[in-house]
Ligand binder design. Structure first.
Ligand SMILES: CSC[C@H]1O[C@H](OP(=O)(O)O)[C@H](O)[C@@H]1O
Length: 355
């Protein structure tokens, strides 16, 4: 079971699988080095947190938002005391520029900025921004638990099922339990999980390096597969659901998620396998009408050409490396959030839950 945030005796330390908040510093588990090495990085400023998000030391839409919130709290904690307001505003700008697709980042920064504007002194800002960041973290963990409840009630499997998942949506990517992986954890806890097929999820390998590592640590039955095996698995392995996370969900129910999610949705529809998206409401962006409005991050070609410095392609070959894609609502059977389930998502269903 992934760790849940635990306040220390000082009440200032909140720890989970991927991050530890100490009030004057943030520790991040460097996810670039997993599964081979568990190395923690200690950060004392917003710039370091922004760089860690950009470099994917920490990744996963909710975890990006939570880390950014702690980054703003660090900016207040270590403000020089001169023009402290300018320092905090600059920190928010730097964090907002770290990655473009996961709306959780901007949702969290907006919450922190709202609190910041209510503060009349640096001392007040230090205290209240710390409290708000911790609240964002703890609310995300609570949302993870609520989503698992809603998903189990919605799926209501009569006997253990096999599922397939993509990327990493576990404790490493969230406040400490998981979105899609939280549902998978709950299926296992309820003895309703036969097996999880985990896509390796090229090129960054969140599936082989992170999901397989998380699930194996928790004794959850996981089978790692090449991304290209997903179709054969759906054709032959009696998978009941494909369960994935999200980085941004628009007003009509379109979903941006890790590259490869869209093809899984097409395959699932073809093979009559259920397709479920699990994400907290901090991932919903009702200001965008459809998935075509979502900014899709493209990362360095090196991430495809090499792995840890080992060439996998001719040096300098041109690469197209979008790290997210958009799955149309029409291919999604259910979007599960802590506020409830949108079945066969569309603008009406999304508005009913998110206004
Ligand atoms: C609950 S994590 C949501 C989402 O974030 C991941 O992207 P990345 O690893 O690039 O941060 C992936 O798309 C997950 O599904």
């Amino acid at each position: 079971m992934a760790e849940s945030p635990k306040p220390s005796s000082s009440g200032r330390s909140i720890g989970t699988f991927a991050m530890r908040w100490h009030g004057n510093s943030l520790e991040l588990l460097d996810q670039r080095l997993l599964p081979g090495e568990e190395h923690w990085i200690t950060l004392e400023g917003a710039a370091g947190v922004a760089q860690s998000i950009r470099d994917m030391v920490v990744r996963g839409a909710p975890a990006i938002g939570i880390s950014a919130a702690y980054g703003v709290a660090l900016a207040a904690r270590h403000a020089g005391g001169g023009d402290w307001k300018a320092e905090i505003k600059q920190a928010i700008r730097e964090l907002a520029a770290s990655r473009p697709t996961a709306v959780n980042l901007f949702w969290a920064l907006q919450r922190m900025e709202q609190v910041f504007h209510e503060c009349h002194s640096l001392a007040e800002a230090v205290k209240r921004l710390d409290q708000e960041a911790v609240a964002i973290h703890q609310e995300d963990l609570a949302a993870n638990i609520a989503m698992a409840d809603h998903a189990l009630e919605f799926m209501a499997p009569a006997s253990p099922i096999s599922v397939l998942t993509h990327c990493n949506t576990g404790a490493l990517a969230t406040g400490g339990y998981g979105t899609a992986l939280g549902v998978i954890r709950r299926l296992h806890e309820e003895k309703l999980l036969k097996n999880v097929f985990a896509d390796e999820t090229r090129p960054w390998l969140q599936g082989s390096r992170l999901t397989a590592w998380e699930l194996a640590r928790d004794g959850i039955p996981v089978t790692l597969n090449a991304d290209g095996a997903a179709a054969a698995i759906m054709a032959r392995k009696n998978v009941r659901w494909v369960i994935v996370g999200a980085d941004r969900i628009t007003a009509n129910g379109d979903v941006a998620n890790k590259i490869g999610t869209y093809s899984l949705a097409v395959l699932a529809r073809h093979h009559k396998v259920g397709f479920m998206v699990v994400a907290p409401s901090s991932t919903v962006d009702m200001s965008l009408a459809s998935g075509s409005d979502i900014p899709i991050e493209e990362r360095e070609g090196l991430e495809v050409r090499e792995i840890r410095g080992i060439p996998l392609a001719p040096a300098g070959v041109r690469v197209f490396n979008p790290v997210f894609d958009v799955t149309p609502a029409s291919l999604i059977d259910a979007i599960v959030t802590e506020k409830g389930v949108v079945h066969n998502p569309n603008i009406t269903g999304m508005r009913a839950l998110f206004g």
